[in-house]
Design a protein around this ligand. Structure first.
Ligand SMILES: Nc1nc2c(ncn2[C@@H]2O[C@H](COP(=O)(O)OP(=O)(O)OP(=O)(O)O)[C@@H](O)[C@H]2O)c(=O)[nH]1
Ligand SMILES: [Mg+2]
Length: 474
């Protein structure tokens, strides 16, 4: 909750469309996809659709005009190029167990707010008043709408903050539990350590802490996510959505011209930044806080001090680079995208098989079955089996020795034989020989020593390397 999910969604879309105000909770599942016109449709549980205009700021309106309990999801189509081949789903936050408890206690005491009443049925929204008191960041009861959206997604990005700590076993257990129920695994899920800038006070540099902390979280969550990427979503949103204006740039330049000592005082805390005398009006300062927060302001001012002629466009580029966001987007685009095709193909095949099972007409049924069988024999289909096997191993359901697991994961998640076989400079012959050797090793493993579950996985890996050896030679 409040980890910066909607802010990241806006950065991915390249527009500020999802509400992210401090008090603003995401209360319904919102789907963003490409369309010929900007359009917000509230889709009700009974199938009714109601169109709404975006509000004056170009954002999803606060009031959906339908009681939240009736809303299945909000379907947003945008002309944004970034959505051409990507659909992004924003879900309500997973509330902390403690926050839930205190919210319920509050309700019982008759103190529940109108907002909480409005949100009846959306358990995650009720904890709003109690954010920040959590010791466990994940709620055991993910609301059903979020759960089914996430289960249907080809990739899942979990956004959390420093709440997932090495010593917080309860938090980690809850997280693993949630991930298992959402059918996500390290093969398709990524962790984002959000709001990395808020780790250290004031405008201090968070990266020396954020990097190692994220690495530690990645280790702890190795059975749940493939990696944990630290991100300052706010800087990414401001940059990607083009929110920093020339006037903002001018104000930052004004601050950069201040004596170093004065600047240090100004950037020591949000309060000081708001109240100390400075050549920038209070309103503009407030705006800068909303766009960049203290670390972002400090970063921008430092860039401008070092190079007073720096243009606002270049400044924005540097802010985005400093946000850690490019690494996140690259991972999504490269690692997840082609896997997404394999996963979609798997669903389609599953459906066709079921359809064949239900078809009465004999001729139709045979035609369908022949087609499906033809596809199953295609070496390309083996990729799906590999993904499935790697997924079972990655979640710990089928334990394998670490280096065997790593090899299987590489085979299942890449089509680059040099990377899979860890032979970056090898020629085709050497690669083919290495792939054959790997295939043999897995065959031996499948027959000897391993249990039945391991054996099945090993057979899939064996065939995968066999296919790889053939492909390399071609
Ligand atoms: N300093 C800082 N603030 C951020 C960052 N990302 C988001 N915020 C702020 O944190 C608040 C909550 O962000 P949201 O994106 O709405 O968080 P969320 O996870 O969508 O919240 P819920 O949907 O309510 O669970 C907003 O005021 C954001 O501007 C960040 O990287 N740094
Ligand atoms: Mg949100």
């Amino acid at each position: 909750m409040k980890a910066g999910k909607s802010t990241l969604v806006n950065a991915l879309i390249g527009r500020r469309v999802a509400p992210t105000a401090v008090g603003e909770c995401t209360r319904v599942v919102t789907r963003f996809r490409y369309g010929p016109a900007d359009r917000v449709d509230v889709v009700c549980r009974d199938g009714e659709r109601r169109s709404l205009p975006l509000d004056d700021d170009g954002m999803i309106p606060q009031r959906l005009g339908v009681p939240l309990s009736r809303v299945a999801y909000v379907d947003v189509t945008l002309t944004s190029e970034k959505l051409r081949d990507l659909t992004v789903v924003d879900t309500p936050g997973l509330a902390s167990t403690d926050a839930m408890v205190s919210a319920r206690a509050e309700e019982a005491a008759g103190m529940s707010t109108a907002r909480a009443d409005q949100a009846a049925g959306m358990s995650t929204a009720r904890a709003e008043q109690a954010v920040g008191v959590s010791t466990a960041p994940f709620d055991a009861d993910i609301d059903a709408d979020s759960a089914s959206e996430v289960a249907a997604a080809e990739a899942v990005v979990y956004v959390f903050t420093q709440a997932v700590r090495a010593d917080d076993v309860r938090a980690l257990d809850a997280f693993r539990d949630a991930s298992a129920r959402l059918a996500s695994s390290p093969i398709n899920a990524l962790g984002v350590f959000g709001k990395a800038d808020t780790l250290v006070g004031g405008a201090g540099d968070p990266w020396p802490v954020a990097g190692p902390l994220a690495a530690q979280q990645a280790e702890l969550l190795a059975r749940t996510v493939s990696d944990v990427v630290p991100v300052i979503g706010l800087l990414a949103e401001t940059g990607e959505a083009g929110r920093l204006t020339a006037a903002d740039g001018a104000a930052l330049r004004g601050l950069a011209a201040l004596p170093a000592g004065e600047l240090r005082l100004l950037l020591a805390s949000v309060d000081l930044f708001r109240t100390r005398p400075a050549p920038v009006p209070a309103e503009r300062r407030e705006r800068l806080l909303g766009l960049l927060d203290l670390y972002g302001i400090g970063f921008a001012v430092a860039q401008l001090s070092a190079d007073p002629r720096l243009g606002t466009g270049e400044l924005v580029r540097r802010l985005v680079a400093a946000s850690g966001f490019p690494r996140l987007r690259e991972t999504l685009e490269q690692a997840f995208r082609w896997r997404a095709d394999a996963i979609k193909a798997g669903w389609a095949l599953g459906r066709l098989e079921r359809m064949a099972g239900h078809t009465r007409d004999e001729h139709d049924r045979d035609t369908l079955r022949d087609a499906v069988e033809g596809l199953l024999r295609d070496p390309a289909y083996h990729r799906l089996r590999l993904l499935d096997a790697a997924q079972r191993v990655a979640t710990g359901a089928v334990p394998l020795p670490a280096d065997w697991e790593a090899e299987l994961t590489r085979l299942a998640t890449s089509d680059d034989p040099r990377w899979i076989l860890r032979l970056p400079d090898a020629g085709a012959d050497e690669l083919a020989a290495a792939a054959r050797a790997a295939a043999n090793r897995w065959r031996v493993y499948a027959v000897a020593g391993a249990g039945p579950a391991q054996s099945r996985v090993a057979q899939v890996a064996h065939r995968g390397f066999h296919i790889l050896a053939q492909q390399v030679r071609r």
